[in-house]
Design a protein around this ligand. Structure first.
Ligand SMILES: [Zn+2]
Length: 284
């Protein structure tokens, strides 16, 4: 386990795991206001670079999710503390990077939930996986996702892998703050045939940004040698080619929205080795 106790900062985390889903009124698709959300994994089911269709699909087809705690974190409070530290540390790094550029960084929020909850994007379902909603600048995380990541896709579900996923979502918040997200959404509307390619570039950049944060963890001695492989394992497991192969038996690059296993590990590694924002230009 990485030395998370060394992190003194704390992010803004709201724990809704005990609340259930009773507060969500589903009055049919017509009654829902849906905005784009940006997810950790694609798998070729998304269209136009968003998970909108998946979210819509889940409204009618809500799956039950496992309720086991990841082995490293027995007890809800411990997991909340872990996410607060990971988010707080991300905030520190991005505040410092923004400051160098003469910008100010407004930290995101993180909501822990089970099965489903209400978000600024309309409806947050566990089945979509971890995601970021730009409307309320909040990361939505049901950590039972990591059981699924390991069981179904063979990726590491260790603490460093989990931290990478949170950092990927924090990376989307950085893109939102920098205006990249709006630019990409606009470009996708203007060039629908480029929508998936643009989505891939956005997702790979979020992986690269997660790498930048992990670079700083290594420099501070929080990450122990070898633990980075957990993050690389998770990145490889959620490559669109890998997910597609498991789900459908074939791969179809034209439908990819997040990038292949090798692209995702490569861009994470680029951020991790350089620690530089300028190295993350995935739009070239
Ligand atoms: Zn993403």
């Amino acid at each position: 386990m990485a030395l998370w106790d060394k992190i003194g900062s704390s992010g803004d985390v709201e724990d809704r795991r005990g609340m259930g889903t009773g507060g969500i009124a589903l009055t049919g698709v017509g009654g829902l206001i849906l905005f784009l959300a940006f997810a950790f994994l694609g798998g070729g089911t998304g269209q136009n670079g968003s998970v909108l269709e998946q979210i819509l699909g889940q409204v009618a087809d809500q799956q039950s999710t496992p309720t086991t705690q990841p082995a490293e974190f027995q007890g809800a409070d411990q997991y909340e503390t872990f996410t607060k530290k990971v988010l707080g540390s991300n905030n520190d790094i991005w505040s410092a990077i923004f400051q160098v550029q003469g910008r100010s960084y407004e930290p995101p929020k993180l909501v822990l939930f089970r099965s489903a909850t209400q978000s600024g994007c309309g409806y947050a379902s566990s089945a979509v996986g971890p995601h970021y909603c730009p409307e309320d600048q909040t990361i939505y995380l049901d950590e039972t996702f990591f059981d699924e990541l390991q069981r179904r896709y063979g990726g590491s579900s260790g603490d460093v892998a989990q931290a990478y996923v949170i950092a990927h979502e924090a990376g989307h918040h950085v893109q939102n703050q920098l205006g990249t997200m709006d630019e990409v959404t606009q470009a996708q509307q203007d060039n629908p045939d480029q929508a998936n390619t643009l989505s891939e570039a956005l997702e790979l950049q979020a992986d690269c940004y997660a790498g930048i944060w992990m670079h700083s963890l290594s420099a501070e001695g929080i990450l122990e040698p070898g633990e980075i492989h957990q993050a690389l394992s998770a990145a490889a497991a959620v490559g669109d080619d890998h997910i597609q192969k498991i789900e459908t038996g074939t791969t179809n690059p034209e439908t990819w929205t997040h990038g292949s296993s090798s692209q995702r590990t490569q861009w994470f590694n680029t951020g991790y080795t350089t620690g530089k924002l300028t190295s993350c230009n995935t739009f070239q």
